[in-house]
Design a protein around this ligand. Structure first.
Ligand code: AYL
Length: 532
């Protein structure tokens, strides 16, 4: 299948020059003409505004600071903290310096952070002040223990370097013209279809392509009118593209909140006249069921975007009815920067529960047991196109012959080219839109002295519209089987980020079903979970 949208211009330049063209080239990149006085980011808590001009200038000064710290183009920088304007400035500083942004989940435990920093080879770390103690724990496990640390604080912190301390002189941003546009710009972590989280090498070209290919989808986003609300984590590709980078290309601001908080989100919509909030399905449910919404003026809302996990038809339709806004569902993944299919703002009615059509430039196949299936039948979605990452950092080639990338998701397509995601065949678990890699939890559980074998799956919780990670464990001889679940739950909670906790329960069984080659038969565990 081919996307039926026309192919937009696909620039081969750096993300920085795409968003802030060195010379106005308005005919090619309309965003080149945006005024420096337009608001780019608004802190939803303090209402502090960062204009486009300030953002550009400060980013260039941070870039100079990075050079002075000895960080070179192509080196990686860890950014670790809840959403903030300092986070944004650090990221744009890296982009201007040609430094690869490797953002980490703010809820990470020390070991998780250390893993990502070591794997990405980070040469500098931007850390939120409240996470400093956890970072110091992680430092013990770092290969590069003397890594320069810059605190994401707008105020001085005694004994530490804060962002403003590294400001240098604003000069030119590093260029990634031509073939260099295929160098890595971002390094988010994803477990893909199997195994542990891996660094996804997202190039400058992937990012500019993704933004260009949303233009026909979001054709009605207008500078001066539209305002995005973002409380999703900036370290996740959804936040990276839709909150951090894309709004700049449209000349529209993002109101940033550090995390989802119902009242703070409603207040921000009212105060800043938000037109497009970015949601995941559990947030859609939460606001649908909330009794607080009537107390706020939400009349500015035009469209609501939901992505990162399936949004059920009834939920989507009920939300549209209650708030009189369109709900646009998009589907994609970190490896695809991230959009693959999307509804458009001019979509046909009656499509609640569908995830739209192929975004521009995409080619797709639906494959079952190696053969393409006819329309209407479910198959694994294989995709190809310039949105797809270069590969996983330090890993073998992960593409099929012909350059196809296997999503691990099962989809159907109808005769109008609409996609619906109907199942997932990869190992991945999604907790409220965030990735949980079963292999990672299994490896951890095997370190527990009372566990000899384990298999982790996701179980769907209707009340919260999300999957919950559940572990099946085989107890060591002599272990107290009755006490094991509570003990293991606390033990795991102390070692992983919140979203990876075993909220779906810990079930002690006699044996983990395995194939003759030793692979965990998750299908059998899932069948078992359905009966429980
Ligand atoms: P990752 N329906 C069903 N499953 C989905 C959907 C959806 N709408 N969106 C994502 N998933 C699942 O890397 C699916 O299994 O990226 C997919 O392989 O955290 C996996 O989540 C990828 O998870 C956009 C803007 C998508 C954001 C996103 C979210 C990307 C999440 C498209 O335009």
């Amino acid at each position: 299948y081919h996307s039926d949208y026309p192919v937009p211009i696909l620039p081969a330049i750096s993300v920085f020059h795409y968003l802030f063209p060195p010379t106005p080239t308005a005919s090619v990149y309309p965003q080149g003409s945006w005024s420096p006085s337009l608001p780019a980011f608004i802190d939803g808590v303090s209402s502090r505004v960062l204009s486009r001009g300030e953002l550009r200038e400060t980013a260039l000064r941070v870039a100079d600071g990075l050079r002075r710290l000895g960080v070179k183009p192509g080196d990686a920088a860890t950014i670790w903290g809840a959403n903030s304007l300092e986070w944004v400035l650090a990221a744009y500083g890296c982009v201007a310096a040609g430094v690869v942004v490797s953002p980490a989940n703010a809820a990470y435990a020390p070991h998780e952070l250390a893993h990502q920093m070591n794997d990405s080879g980070a040469r500098v770390a931007f850390i939120a002040p409240d996470l400093l103690p956890t970072f110091e724990e992680a430092r013990k496990e770092l290969k590069y223990k003397d890594i320069p640390v810059v605190l994401l604080s707008d105020m001085p912190v005694r004994g530490h370097r804060v962002l403003a301390d590294i400001y240098g002189v604003a000069s030119e941003a590093v260029s990634f013209d031509g073939v260099r546009a295929h160098e890595t710009a971002w390094l988010c972590y994803s477990s893909g279809t199997t195994g542990l989280p891996k660094g996804v090498m997202t190039t400058h070209h992937n990012i500019t392509t993704q933004i260009q290919t949303t233009m026909p989808v979001f054709e009605k986003l207008e500078s001066g009118r539209d305002v995005i609300l973002g409380f999703l984590p900036l370290n996740h590709i959804y936040g990276t593209i839709y909150m951090l980078l894309l709004p700049l290309a449209y000349g529209i601001p993002t109101v940033l909140l550090p995390r989802f908080d119902e009242l703070a989100a409603l207040r921000a919509i009212q105060t800043h006249r938000v037109t497009l909030p970015l949601f995941v399905p559990p947030v859609v449910l939460r606001l649908l069921q909330s009794s607080n919404t009537a107390g706020f003026d939400l009349s500015s809302l035009r469209v609501v975007m939901s992505a990162a996990a399936p949004l059920q038809e009834d939920l989507s339709a009920a939300f549209e009815n209650k708030f009189r806004v369109k709900v646009i569902q998009a589907y994609g993944m970190t490896e695809a920067t991230p959009g693959i299919t999307s509804m458009s703002s001019a979509m046909a009615p009656g499509r609640a529960g569908w995830s739209g059509r192929l975004m521009p430039t995409y080619q797709a196949r639906l494959v079952d047991e190696g053969a393409d299936v006819p329309p209407g039948q479910p198959g694994e979605l294989w995709v190809r196109g310039p949105n797809i990452m270069k590969g996983y950092l330090g890993k073998e080639d992960c593409f099929e012959p012909g350059g196809w990338f296997r999503t691990g998701d099962v989809a159907v397509i109808d005769d109008e080219g609409w996609f619906k995601i109907v199942d997932r065949m990869k190992e991945l678990i999604k907790y409220k839109g965030l990735q949980v890699a079963p292999a990672e939890l299994e490896a951890l559980l095997l370190e527990h002295p009372d566990i000899v074998d384990t298999g982790v799956i996701g179980v769907y919780d209707k009340a919260q519209v999300t999957e919950l990670p559940r572990a099946y464990v085989v107890a060591a001889p002599g272990a107290d089987r009755a006490r094991l679940p509570a003990a293991v739950d606390a033990w795991v909670a102390a070692r992983v980020a919140q979203h990876k906790r075993l909220r779906g329960g810990i079930v002690v069984i006699d044996e983990i079903p395995k194939s003759p080659s030793g692979k965990i038969l998750r299908k059998e565990l899932r069948a078992r979970a359905e009966k429980e």
